[in-house]
Write a protein that binds this ligand. Structure first.
Ligand code: 5AD
Ligand code: SF4
Length: 473
């Protein structure tokens, strides 16, 4: 048993991170352990977690497991969890409760909890005390150990818990089972060292570790050869790529090299405004296959709150970057994240956030009420604002954000835009769906032969969260 420890997770050392290419090992026995068994992986949270689940699924299939169509028909259910806000946390415990009932009718069901919540000390304590139905807990740093851990679980009674608080090395030989046949995620960096005061990620994902560029570029090249049309480079703070590894190779260099692989569409998430360099902007502007779409989290428009959040930029410097991006990258769409109700946020602070939204008129924004995360500095800050007040602010903000989303979409009316068609549209059998270069969801009147292609689409109708269009022959 290895339990998470918050103090350990907070530590940062200068120790050089090693690259390991033989850490994921399957013995003959482990290769057959899952034969005849079915798994179901449920994923919460961000793209990083989505991609981790793709790794987890591939490992399980290496062991002989097959994917179940539902939890009810699975022998193994893994919850890959998110710790970012209280509601993500509550959803997971709600699901564990449901699984407990399932286990009553199927005692052979194995239940596992992994991902960011598994890295939290208090969560694991709660599972040990109150949720005996959970057989396995493992964290974000030891996914490659899943076969060995499952073997222990199947051999023994009682809970198996293995969570490392220190991140360890970069493991390069974990397989992937990609969910989407046209779009692929590629990790370029793990962890985060920014320590924004509200954020749990530096504790659940460890210190910032960039992957070596050779491995990344090899993976992108292979994806292009396999026919993938879009690659998204993934990291908590991608703009800082390479800082922990190279003297003179940055995110701008990586973007340029990845673009030269000839991939049709290249994207990246998530950017922190602080590390966004002019070189990066120039590279995005220069290469047509780097998509004109940037997610640029604002969090707050108030300098006072930004300082309390530890964001290391001001309203003014954020706006300067925003305008530079809009000026240099034609048709660039920009989206953001905003937190309302950070401890001590006054009506005046909130007005500053509204002011930035009115200036930037974002294509869309993800908005959240501040959620205290145990162990982070902001969770200890005095918070006198009532929940009602926070909800009011969120409502006002959302009204404005939606208005600008609609306005941004209206600019597309009558235009012809490239759409990567991914599949059938959810609500209409005669339509397919996909995304523009600027990451707008479009439902397209076209037949299903267009799936897996980038096609020109004329936009005929505009909604707040999506566009409708027809294919231009
Ligand atoms: N409370 C509310 N929102 C949060 N986010 C991160 N931590 C918290 C928190 N404690 C939001 C930020 C971040 C997004 C992924 O989630 O806006 O950019
Ligand atoms: Fe959630 Fe953050 Fe973990 Fe992603 S990295 S799953 S957003 S806590």
């Amino acid at each position: 048993m290895k339990l998470p420890n918050l103090l350990e997770a907070k530590k940062r050392t200068n120790e050089k991170v090693k690259v390991k290419t033989d850490e994921y090992i399957l013995t003959h026995e482990l290769k057959h352990l899952g034969e005849g068994l079915f798994y179901y992986v449920k994923t919460y949270g961000c793209q990083m977690n989505e991609h981790d689940s793709e790794n987890i699924k591939a490992i399980l299939e290496d062991m002989g497991y097959r994917e179940a169509s539902s939890m009810e028909t699975a022998d193994l259910v893994l919850l890959n969890t998110c710790a970012i806000r209280e509601n993500a946390h509550n959803k997971v415990f709600g699901m564990v409760g449901r699984l407990k009932h399932l286990k009553e009718s199927n005692p052979n069901l194995t239940i596992g909890v992994c991902g960011c919540m598994a890295q939290e000390e208090h969560v694991v304590e709660e599972i040990m005390k109150k949720y005996k139905c959970v057989d396995l807990v493992f964290g974000t740093h030891n996914i490659y150990r899943l076969p060995q851990l499952l073997k222990k679980v199947l051999d023994q009674k009682g809970q198996e818990i293995e969570v490392y608080s220190m991140e360890g090395d970069v493991i390069e030989n974990i397989p992937t089972k990609r969910d989407n046949p046209y779009k692929a995620w590629v990790n370029i960096q793990y962890g985060c060292d920014k320590f924004c005061t509200y954020c749990i990620v530096p504790y659940t994902r460890g210190k910032q570790r960039s992957r070596e560029k050779e491995y990344i570029l090899k993976e992108v090249k292979e994806l292009v050869e396999q026919g993938y049309l879009e690659v998204t480079l993934l990291g908590q703070n991608v703009n800082a790529y390479g800082k922990d590894l190279y003297e003179d190779y940055t995110m701008a260099n990586l973007l340029e090299d990845a673009s030269k692989t000839g991939v049709k569409r290249l994207r990246f998430v998530t950017s922190h405004p602080w590390d966004f360099t002019d070189e990066m902007i120039d590279v995005i502007a220069k290469y047509d296959n780097i998509m004109p779409y940037i997610h640029l989290p604002l969090q707050s428009g108030s300098d006072r709150i930004l300082k309390l959040m530890g964001r290391r930029y001001t309203k003014e410097s954020y706006l300067e970057l925003f305008h530079k991006l809009k000026d240099k990258i034609p048709n660039c769409s920009i989206t953001t994240d905003i937190i309302v109700g950070f401890p001590g946020e006054t009506e005046e602070d909130f007005a500053d956030t509204i002011d930035v939204v009115n200036t930037c008129k974002y294509d869309s924004a993800y908005t959240f009420i501040f959620s205290p995360r145990i162990g982070t500095p902001a969770a200890k800050m005095k918070d006198k604002i009532s929940l009602e007040e926070k909800e009011q602010r969120l409502y006002r903000l959302n009204e404005l954000v939606n208005q600008y989303s609609k306005e941004a979409n209206e600019k597309y009316l009558g235009k012809v835009v490239p759409v990567l068609v991914e599949g059938m549209s959810g609500n209409n059998k005669d339509m397919v769906m996909g995304y523009t270069d600027t990451q707008k969801l479009v439902n397209v009147k076209a037949n299903k032969d267009t799936i897996g292609k980038i096609v020109p689409v004329k936009i005929t109708e505009v909604r707040t969260w999506s566009l409708n269009g027809e294919i231009v022959e």
